[in-house]
Design a protein around this ligand. Sequence first.
Ligand code: 2AM
Ligand code: CA
Ligand code: CA
Ligand code: CA
Length: 268
Amino acid sequence: MDKAIRNDIYDQAVKWVLEAGTIIRDEMNAPLNIETKSNPNDLVTVLDKRIEAFFVQNIKEKYSNHFIIGEEGYGDSVTSLDGTIWIIDPIDGTMNFVHQRRNFAISVGVYQDGIGEIGIIYDVMSDVLYHAKKGEGAYKNNQQLPQLTSDVKLTNAIIGMNHFWLCENRLIDEKTMQNFVKKVRGTRTYGSAALEFAYTAEGIENGYLSIGLAPWDVAAGIVIVNEVGGVTSDIDGNEVNMLEKTSILTCNPILKDEIITFIRNGRK
Ligand code: 2AM
Ligand code: CA
Ligand code: CA
Ligand code: CA
């Protein structure tokens, strides 16, 4: 992507993300009209919808030839990665948003012909912006994030993963995952995939494993993690396709083979 064009999109995207954050903080104490989606724990509120609509309206007005993939369905039905595509999760961590009023993020990735060019993850209540442009490093607010440490092993790693991995699940035998939890130094469950990517990029956790995520959960995070030398794949090590839901492993590259080999033993 041409650098001047990318800089323009990036500046605009950051501006909209910060504006969206202000809307959320201003409106979050009004009734949220909480509804459920695929199951009783899969929540959506009026603000998830309002924020996605805010992005879609602004993007369509300013960049009429761009496409949008958004969780709440205000975007386009995208079937090809050709062109410029905004991949948006208006509120990542809706359960945290509803129950905790914190620990949720706005996630915006911009891809050109399938390549991640821009990643923005905004921790709305902490007012912390993680952001990256491909090839130009990743930032937490104005501070550039260092490359991930080369001094990490699975036995002293902190890995983000939710507890469903320890219940019977369709991907990996739970006994294997229990052994995995015992092997690593510690696990964390933050409840926002986007923030887990941001924390992996920041190096405050060394990786994150998820059973099933959609493009909007990971699009921005992949770009940000890439910029500090991190790697993202599905749990078998395959490349992630931005048009499909998939399992996810994002981590320090030193850990990738060991994690994949470990969990392969219990792979169904
Ligand atoms: P969401 O809050 O945008 O839905 C929670 O563990 C993380 O997984 C969040 O990032 C959440 O995103 C994501 N997630 C993906 N699919 C989900 C589902 N069906 N139900 C709840 N969370 C889901
Ligand atoms: Ca959701
Ligand atoms: Ca999400
Ligand atoms: Ca969401």
